[in-house]
Every structure is written in C-alpha cells, then in structure tokens.
Design a protein around this ligand. Structure first.
Ligand code: PGA
Length: 226
C-alpha cells in the first residue's frame, strides 16, 4: 500500500474505521512523518458515517478519522470525503456521496474491515449485493460491537450512511483485514462459503483484485487454510 501511494500520489483511497484499522493508520502516519509518503494530492472516501452525528461528535467516524489519520498527515481537508451524518435528508446525502465517488474517477484502493456478522461497511446481512451508497439499519450485534465508542450503548445510532456492496465492488483493488477469533466464522464464510446475502463480504469472491489479510485466530475456521 505504501508503495502504491509512493508511485501514485493522486491515488483515490477508500478508508475504513474500527479497531483493526488503527495500526494501519499508525503505520501510514509513521511513513508520512519519515518523509516517505506525500498525501497532498490524495483523495479519500470513507465507507460510512452514523446518521445523526455531526463531524465533530466524538463518536463520529469523522472524529475517528481526524484523530487517527487525517489531522496527522498533509491531506487537504477538502480531499477527505466522508458522508455527512447530520443532514436533513440522509438519503439525498447517500446519493450525493455515491456521485462524488464516481466523479473522482472511482476508488483505486479500498481498505475494508470485516464485521463478526460478515458485514463490510455497514452492509448488514441480509444485504443486497449490488447496492450503492444508501441509508442502512444497523443490527443489534453491530450496535453492541460499536458501543465502546459511545458513552452509553443506547446512544449508538440505529442508522448509517454506507457505501453499498456494489459501490465497494467497483473499487479497482481491495484489501480486507480481519483480526481475532470473533472474525473466524465470518472469514470462513467469506472465503469458502457461497456468495450469499447472508455474508455480505462473500461478494468479494467475484472481485478481480482482492487481498485478504487474516491473523491465525481469524483464519482458524478455514478448511483449506494451507
Ligand atoms: P473492527 O470493526 O475493526 O472494530 O473489528 C470492523 C468492522 O466492523 O467492519
């Protein structure tokens, strides 16, 4: 990825949030600080944002992105896109966001985490595998998994604006990372199961250029790990 950014300083990056991504951003910031990467011409599109949260809300994904990445590199603020959560019409915002991705020429390299339920972005199972950016309802399991970012579990929003699986599939290259035993079942379904709406990440089987990085615990349920 670093090589990719060195060679193409105007790369369009698709970005994800969550615990899995924190070391990735730490590494990119370290490479920037060491003078290896210049982010001044890069554009970024985040996967998703909670409906109802303002960009400066400490639980918003914009806040996460600024804290871990955007405020620590030389990306111009106007080049970092993330859906606006605190808008009157979230559906219109989702359409506007999809258009902005297309207008940028499309995502060159998309980073993805994996939900324990097989979600990518906030595309919760059962997911329409051709969907574009839309307003999605979060499952109880996902709200519980993300409650650690909120002062009270009941404050986790019920909806998010998310790139659709179809949006994600249009990225020219995808890198998915999953760490830990709680991702093992989803990782096995994603790689060895049928492409199915019950595991949104399984759609990636049909993508031409995807790399999946798992630690041993996340890979433990693969039948053909060798
Ligand atoms: P995590 O989230 O990295 O915090 O486990 C991943 C996801 O839900 O996509």
């Amino acid at each position: 990825m670093v090589r990719n950014l060195e060679q193409r300083p105007d790369t369009v990056l698709g970005l994800a949030t969550g615990g899995t991504m924190e070391p990735v951003y730490a590494r990119l910031v370290a490479d920037y600080t060491a003078g290896h990467i210049d982010f001044s011409a890069i554009r970024t599109f985040n996967l998703d944002e909670y409906v109802g949260l303002a960009p400066d809300d400490p639980s918003s994904f914009m806040h996460y992105m600024r804290k871990h990445f955007l405020n620590r590199i030389n990306i111009p603020a106007e080049n970092a896109y993330i859906p606006r959560g605190n808008v009157a019409d979230a559906h219109a915002e989702a359409m506007r966001y999809e258009y902005a991705i297309v207008a940028s020429g499309g995502v060159d390299l998309q980073l993805l985490g994996l939900g324990a339920n097989g979600h990518i972005g906030f595309n919760e199972p059962p997911a329409i595998l051709s969907s574009l950016t839309h307003v999605a309802a979060l499952t109880q399991a996902t709200r519980a998994a993300n409650a650690r970012y909120f002062d009270k579990p009941c404050n986790v929003p019920r909806h998010a604006i998310t790139m659709g699986v179809g949006t994600i599939m249009r990225a020219k290259e995808i890198v998915l990372l999953a760490i830990g035993a709680e991702k093992a079942e989803a990782a096995a379904n994603m790689i060895e199961g049928q492409v199915h709406e019950n595991c949104p990440a399984s759609a990636l089987q049909d993508h031409r250029k995807v790399t999946v990085v798992l630690d041993q615990k996340a890979a433990a349920r693969l039948k053909h790990a060798r």
